[in-house]
Design a protein around this ligand. Structure first.
Ligand SMILES: [Zn+2]
Ligand SMILES: [Zn+2]
Length: 257
């Protein structure tokens, strides 16, 4: 592969990843604005200015994230071209059951790595360099879903590269994991004020992380470090005490707030 085509591939991957972000985050933001325009009071000019500044900041960080993930995707393509990934395309290679089980396994593994590294990024020595940008907004929007400081984006992209290098994954499983990441991140960053009053928070409830869970992390950064499942916060003692009651789920038996 020539350096010219490598550069073109990297540019194409960057545009695809950035386009996916602009379409999904922008589309969700537009829908929330249309649905919520009769529900939320008209923002003051100062509130609107603050919100617009926050969105511009989130988009800027997301462009950096897109560049980091494009390098990661380029690395996967290079590894694939050299037979160094465990990606496969024949559904019967490991059986149909494995496609579903490996999908769940990657989500559980990713959640564990995310919880551990997320808590680490909140260490005072790392926070400013690795995670401060994601927390600029106390009231996140879908634009916040991909707004990571570059070191955090590197860790997240590296996780995906290592997974496809080490774990046998059908191409469909990889696409399903990437789609789940995108949709979940957007849903988690819908500020509660923008959601319909009848949003089914109880469907997420005790075990799955939804907007009610993650928005608390943006308002009180000492709680709720998980990504998909609530159990790491439960085990790690970082679950907000009032959370379970607020979504109508049975209260945790242990775990400080
Ligand atoms: Zn967040
Ligand atoms: Zn955080």
């Amino acid at each position: 592969m020539s350096s010219h085509s490598l550069l073109l591939d990297a540019l194409l991957l960057f545009l695809i990843i950035l386009g996916r972000y602009l379409l999904t985050a922008g589309g969700s933001w537009w829908l929330l604005r249309v649905w919520g325009r009769h529900r939320t009071p008209e923002p003051t000019p100062a509130q609107r200015r603050r919100c617009d500044e926050g969105i511009r900041h989130d988009i800027r960080l997301s462009v950096y994230s897109a560049a980091v993930f494009a390098v990661g995707a380029g690395l996967v393509l290079w590894l694939q071209a050299h037979g160094l990934t465990r990606l496969y395309t024949r559904p019967d290679a490991y059986g149909w059951w494995y496609i579903a089980v490996s999908y769940l396994a990657v989500l559980v593994l990713q959640d564990a790595v995310f919880y551990a590294t997320h808590r680490l990024f909140h260490h005072p020595r790392l926070y400013h360099w690795c995670h401060h940008g994601h927390h600029r907004s106390h009231h996140p929007t879908p634009w916040t879903s991909f707004a990571f400081d570059p070191p955090e984006a590197v860790v997240q992209a590296l996780f995906l590269v290592l997974v496809v290098a080490l774990l046998p994954l059908h191409l469909i499983t990889l696409v399903a994991v990437l789609s789940t990441m995108t949709v979940w991140a957007i849903v988690n960053h819908v500020d509660l004020d923008h959601l319909p009053r009848r949003f089914p928070h109880h469907l997420f409830g005790r075990w799955l992380i939804g907007p009610a869970h993650h928005c608390l992390h943006h308002r009180r950064p000492g709680v709720h470090f998980g990504l998909y499942f609530t159990f790491w916060d439960w085990i790690g003692g970082t679950e907000d005490r009032s959370y379970a009651a607020s979504v109508g789920a049975p209260a945790a038996e242990s775990g400080p707030g």
